[in-house]
Design a protein around this ligand. Structure first.
Ligand SMILES: Cc1ncc(COP(=O)(O)O)c(C=O)c1O
Length: 342
């Protein structure tokens, strides 16, 4: 099977498995796992922040980022298709008493203008806007990249209004590679950032929350409360170190493969394809349902994700080769040609 459902299906590389087997470990709830501590230090440095904290998942790191930046009863300005809105089971409401103020954007990207437009004079009968969440790259919009200047403008507009900013950077690495900038340049000024190790970087698990030291100390308490205090987790962090030290530049290859698939998809009848810059291809089908097309592709050895009734998503990653993508492109053409009305 050529699995293009997500970059989360990537398996740890042989180098990761060797590093995991050899990892020096300790009890991370006591802060004594040397491998976790090294990973946290390196990621904090990579992102130009004071401190970082390991989490088992991006979802828990996002939930914690929102909790430490917001207060119960506040609203969160966020794109309507953001992961924290669509795929985190209302975690912000259930776990933190926060409510999304969702904005429908064409490309998933909140701008400084969206922040300005959300502001209004305070009044006792209005709920407070507490924070802004950005997602870079934006998953559901098709791996869309937010440029450094636009992130900065958004952060400045938010801070000027007294709002805090959390960045869901599950694929921040892809954004940095696509833009040819350092990851730290895409998060400058944000109050917290989540970055993931288990997507395009191939680690089996793990995400980090980064920010100022005092925010990360509060996050450590929230993580424990959520059940995310882990013990000899250096076995996982060891794979994370291999990921951040060696796997980021190769994401460029995934981006080339995604463009190959996007071109093939765009050439098919009855599909609208969002412009592709990273590893996610999103096509909106106009003649047949996405679940039906995904099933037809599966029967031909290609796994794609039906995100809803009409949206098909293909994600490139380390475990699919160029030849796999060329094969998938041929299968797409066959299935979608068959799917078009005669
Ligand atoms: C944009 C984005 N944020 C957060 C997450 C959550 O990460 P995890 O699956 O590690 O909980 C994902 C997962 O795919 C994601 O795509």
């Amino acid at each position: 099977m050529i699995d293009l459902r997500s970059d989360t299906v990537t398996r740890p590389t042989p180098e990761m498995r060797a590093a995991m087997a050899a990892a020096e470990v300790g009890d991370d709830v006591y802060g004594e796992d040397p491998t976790v501590n090294t990973l946290q230090d390196e990621v904090a440095q990579l992102l130009g922040c004071e401190a970082a904290l390991w989490f088992p998942t991006g979802t828990m790191a996002n939930a914690t980022g929102l909790r430490v930046n917001g207060a119960p009863g506040q609203e969160v300005l966020v794109d309507a298709r953001a992961h924290v809105v669509r795929y985190e089971l209302a975690g912000m409401a259930v776990l933190s008493g926060l409510m999304p103020r969702s904005v429908a954007t064409p490309d998933g990207l909140l701008t400084a203008d969206h922040v300005q437009a959300a502001l209004s004079p305070p009044a006792y009968y209005k709920s407070d806007l507490g924070l802004v969440v950005l997602e870079n790259t934006h998953n559901l919009a098709g791996g869309v990249v937010q440029a450094r200047e636009d992130v900065r403008a958004c952060v400045e507009a938010a801070h000027a209004a007294g709002l805090r900013v959390h960045i869901d950077g599950a694929r921040l690495w892809n954004a940095a590679v696509a833009l040819g900038v350092e990851p730290r340049q895409l998060v400058a000024g944000a109050d917290s950032v989540m970055v993931a190790l288990s997507k395009g970087l191939c680690a089996p698990a793990g995400a980090l929350l980064v920010g100022a030291r005092d925010l990360i100390e509060r996050a450590r308490r929230v993580r424990k409360q959520l059940g995310g205090g882990m013990r000899q987790v250096g076995v996982l962090a060891a794979a994370g170190l291999v990921a951040i030290r060696g796997m980021i530049p190769r994401l460029a290859e995934d981006h080339v493969h995604a463009r190959l698939l996007a071109e093939a998809l765009a050439a098919c009848p009855g599909v609208r394809v969002a412009p592709v810059r990273t590893n996610i291809v999103v096509g909106v089908l106009t003649t047949r349902g996405a679940p039906e097309v995904a099933a037809a592709l599966r029967a031909r050895g290609v796994l794609a994700a039906a995100m809803d009734a009409v949206t098909l998503r293909l994600v490139t990653h380390h475990d699919v080769t160029r030849a796999d993508c060329e094969q998938a492109a041929r299968e797409l053409a066959t299935v979608l040609r068959d799917a078009s009305p005669a």
